[in-house]
Design a protein around this ligand. Structure first.
Ligand code: AMP
Ligand code: MG
Length: 411
């Protein structure tokens, strides 16, 4: 596909995301991992349960197990034994018999109901109730949590702690996951210094690359750090080729605007295919997206807030899709804005905010201060984006706004 360069007007971000999603492919390579090492990895197989959970009918309480009809028919039941978790009562109950049973212990054959010990009276070996409990009470039935052969976790799920627990309860100790997505990152700009280098006048420290790398690590990707690249076409050409040989996805920051030192788009067009969009998003208008011979490319803007926001709002879901993950976008929720916010209609604004709960129990949000695209300190103390719709103007204190809570890649 050739450049849909410089479309009139600004492209809505949802449209850009749809176009990107149609162009990127998920990983195919998988690896087998011990379950304990699979936290945060993306499942590459549908997992069906090899067993019923629970595997047998058992008691949900410490109490007595019996046959309900016997309890209705007879004045008392006779205690004949005990069933412990792991050590069941192995005989079947005869008419009028009951057993002492502990939580998790197997229900003996012939029993269908358990009474809590607090609701029964034992006199010698005679058990009686003030009121017979409902039939089937306090029983956990075989397979009520998970049925044998049912789908437990679908392919594409990023495994969380609860998934590890659930799979362990099925006896599963190895899972097939996608290999880690490899992402190469570099920053562009003659003005950039690496952290640790002595400060020089007219230069700035490179904040973008470390921030993007941190986000990528949080997403469990393999990062290839290609450093700082000067604003020279030949230097860019070389790093593009190196990145493309090593990674599934290449991310740069800077050099995508219309300045005289902005060569990223040209080199992308020369070495691959480019789409360049001016997006209806603030901060972060220019975004170069394209494909190199072996990889997908994102040219994020240079301003630190713009680079971070476009990564979160545009690139992150595409990377998840490439990693094999089933993508579920973070929803927005309504909150009362506690102070006025400045906004011009025309682009969706992703302001940095801090949500909290008011004394009245309502979700509220305040701004973290000046919102310029170079003011990265607006992220400090932020815990959400305030998402102001494209056509919306300034916001007055007390108005309702949409907020997007930071997901775990941002906290
Ligand atoms: P550019 O899009 O390359 O013109 O960059 C836009 C603005 O962001 C300029 O003020 C750059 O100095 C600044 N900038 C670019 N890259 C970085 C970076 N890696 N870290 C901090 N600021 C940057
Ligand atoms: Mg630059």
């Amino acid at each position: 596909m050739m450049a849909s360069c410089e479309q009139p007007g600004l492209m809505p971000i949802d449209e850009a995301k749809l176009r990107i999603s149609a162009l990127v492919k998920g990983l195919e390579h998988t690896e087998s991992l011990q379950l304990v090492d699979a936290l945060g990895r993306v499942l590459a197989q549908d997992l069906h349960s090899p067993i019923n959970v629970p595997g047998f009918d058992n008691s949900a309480m410490d109490g007595y197990a019996f046959n309900w009809q016997d309890a209705v028919d007879m004045p008392f039941l006779t205690l004949v034994g005990k069933s412990f978790a792991g050590n069941p009562y192995l005989k079947a109950l005869n008419k009028g018999e009951c057993v002492r049973i502990m939580t998790g212990a197997a229900l003996p054959k012939g029993a269908d109901t358990v009474v809590m010990q607090e609701n029964a009276a034992l006199n010698g070996d005679e058990l009686s109730f003030s009121k017979v409990p409902p039939k089937g009470n306090n029983i956990r039935l075989a397979g009520e949590s998970i049925r044998q052969a049912s789908l437990v976790i679908a392919k594409g799920k990023k495994l969380c702690a609860a998934d590890i627990g659930l799979l362990s309860s099925l006896g599963c100790d190895e899972v097939s996951v996608y290999r880690k997505l490899k992402v190469a990152v570099f920053s562009t700009g003659d003005e950039l210094l690496r952290t640790g280098e002595p400060y020089e006048p007219h230069k700035i420290y490179d904040g973008n690359r470390p921030a993007i790398i941190a986000l990528l690590h949080k997403m469990q990707f393999e990062v290839i750090d290609l450093g700082i690249v000067p604003d020279k076409p030949q230097a860019l050409r070389e790093v593009f080729m190196q990145a493309d040989a090593l990674a599934d996805c290449v991310i740069s920051t800077g050099g995508v605007s219309v300045g005289e030192a902005d060569f990223v788009k040209d080199i992308l067009a020369e070495r691959g295919q480019i789409d360049f969009w001016k997006l209806a998003i603030k901060p972060g208008k220019p975004l170069a997206f394209g494909r190199l011979p072996n990889s997908v490319f994102f040219g994020l803007p240079g301003n630190p807030v713009s680079a971070f926001v476009t990564f979160n709002q545009i690139a992150a879901d595409a990377l998840k899709q490439m990693s094999g993950e089933h993508v579920i976008s973070v929803p927005t929720v309504s909150a009362i804005c506690t102070e006025p916010l400045r906004k011009q209609p025309g682009r969706v604004d992703f302001q940095r905010g801090q949500w909290s709960v008011s004394d009245a129990g309502e979700l509220q949000v305040s701004s973290t201060g000046a919102q310029g695209s170079g003011i990265f300190s607006s992220f400090i103390n932020s815990n959400c984006y305030i998402v102001l719709e494209r056509d919306r103007g300034s916001v007055k204190a007390g108005e309702s706004v949409q907020i997007k809570l930071f997901d775990d890649s941002l906290t």
